[in-house]
Every structure is written in structure tokens, then in C-alpha cells.
Design a protein. Structure first.
Length: 237
């Protein structure tokens, strides 16, 4: 594909050389042709190795996000339990700790969502490029190995996509719940106010544990993909 682009680029340059010898050619026409040359030349600027590196970088980013989120989920659960426990002597202090943890997880959810979308995008680009060149080998043995590797890695990435979709939605709901609990308690920082929302708080803590397990499963799929790509030194030409 890049060889074809090279031929096209060379032809455009030859054509430009010809028309520039014609005095009456409008300047904007030259600009258009030069722009076409630039676009064509950059079409091959992203190589298979670069696409592979982009995918691995995005996988690593989301993997790191998950590690931080898991720790923060535990912090929120602990601080919410501390805030709502019977006989809490320093409600204001306990609420401040919980509130700070909520602010942290809100930022983490936004970062996770953004990075997860980028991971999906780079993975799609990676496999689409591979599929376009899937019949590039004359040797049937090499072609079969390429097809097998594409299928194996594709299956792992499919797992990531399936788990990622559920995690993103569950994470968003969880953050909405803890944010509303914080808002509710901030308006009624009394024993009765806190007690009135205790059952919802308990359920939210349990949902946090469920979300943590889902994140661990997603992380496992991501680490499988990272290991597969790293061990294979996989890339597309």
C-alpha cells in the first residue's frame, strides 16, 4: 500500500513540475496539488510498528488507571463506613475525608473513560490496518501463521472490549451514587441525616466491591494483551 502511495506521490510531483511551466495556471491550483502531495506522503507515516506501540501505550495507560482506581475504591468504602458508623465522634472530620475521596474518584472516572475510549480507538485502527494487509504473503505457511496470530490477539482484544463497556457504565453509576451521597450528607450532617441514608451507603460500598472485581477482570484481559504483544514483538508492516 505504501509503495502505491510512493508512486502516486512521484506522479503528483511530475505533474506539478509540468503545470508550473504553464504561465497561466492559477496559484491556488499549485497549492491544491502540493497539499495533495503532503496528504499522500503522510498517509504512510504511521507504520505497523508505530500502530503496535500506540496500542501498547494505551493499554499500559488504562492498566495504570485501574491500579489507582482500585486503591481509591477501597479508600471510599473505608471512609464511608467510617462516616456512617454508629457513635462517630468526629462527624465533620469523617465527612471531610470522605468528600476528598469522592473528589479524587470523580477525576479518576473522567480520566479512565477518556483513556478507555482512546484504547478502543487505537485497537480498532490497529486491527483494521492488519485486516487490509491480511493477504500480503505469497507463502501460505507464513500467511496461516499471520492469520492465526491475528485471530489469537483479536480474541484477547474482544475480551477487553466486552469488559470495558460494562466497567465504564458501572463506574459512572458508582461515581454518581457516591457524589449524591456526599451532597445529601453535606446538607444534613446530623446523626439522623446520616442514619437515614445508611442503607444506601451500605449498598454503594458493596457496589464498589463489585466494580473493583470487574476492574480486576478488565485488567487481567489488558495484561494478557500486553504480554501477548510484548512476547511476540508483534507489529504490522
Amino acid at each position: 500500500m505504501c509503495e502505491n502511495n510512493f508512486t502516486t506521490t512521484r506522479s503528483l510531483w511530475e505533474f506539478t513540475d509540468i503545470i508550473m511551466k504553464i504561465n497561466y495556471v492559477p496559484a491556488f491550483a499549485i497549492v491544491v496539488i502540493l497539499l495533495a502531495i503532503t496528504i499522500t506522503a503522510t498517509a504512510c507515516s504511521t507504520t505497523g510498528i508505530e500502530r503496535s506501540e500506540d496500542v501498547q501505550s494505551d493499554l499500559r495507560t488504562v492498566d495504570n488507571d485501574i491500579k489507582l482506581v482500585i486503591v481509591q475504591l477501597d479508600a471510599i468504602g473505608s471512609s464511608l463506613d467510617e462516616l456512617t458508623k454508629p457513635g462517630q465522634a468526629d462527624v465533620k472530620r469523617a465527612f471531610d475525608v470522605f468528600s476528598k475521596n469522592v473528589s479524587k474518584v470523580e477525576k479518576m472516572e473522567k480520566n479512565f473513560s477518556k483513556h478507555a475510549d482512546q484504547m478502543t480507538k487505537s485497537g480498532k485502527t490497529y486491527f483494521e490496518a492488519w485486516d487490509k494487509n491480511k493477504n500480503q504473503y505469497d507463502n501460505p505457511d507464513i500467511q496461516k501463521r499471520s492469520d492465526d496470530r491475528r485471530a489469537a490477539l483479536g480474541n484477547i482484544y474482544d475480551r477487553i472490549g466486552e469488559k470495558n463497556k460494562g466497567v465504564k457504565e458501572a463506574f459512572k453509576i458508582y461515581v454518581s451514587d457516591v457524589s449524591e451521597i456526599e451532597s445529601y450528607i453535606s446538607n444534613d450532617l446530623t446523626t439522623k441525616g446520616i442514619t437515614s441514608i445508611e442503607s444506601i451507603s451500605d449498598r454503594t460500598v458493596r457496589n464498589g466491591s463489585i466494580l473493583k472485581n470487574e476492574l480486576v477482570n478488565l485488567q487481567s484481559a489488558i495484561e494478557d494483551a500486553r504480554a501477548e504483544m510484548t512476547q511476540s514483538g508483534i507489529s504490522m508492516n
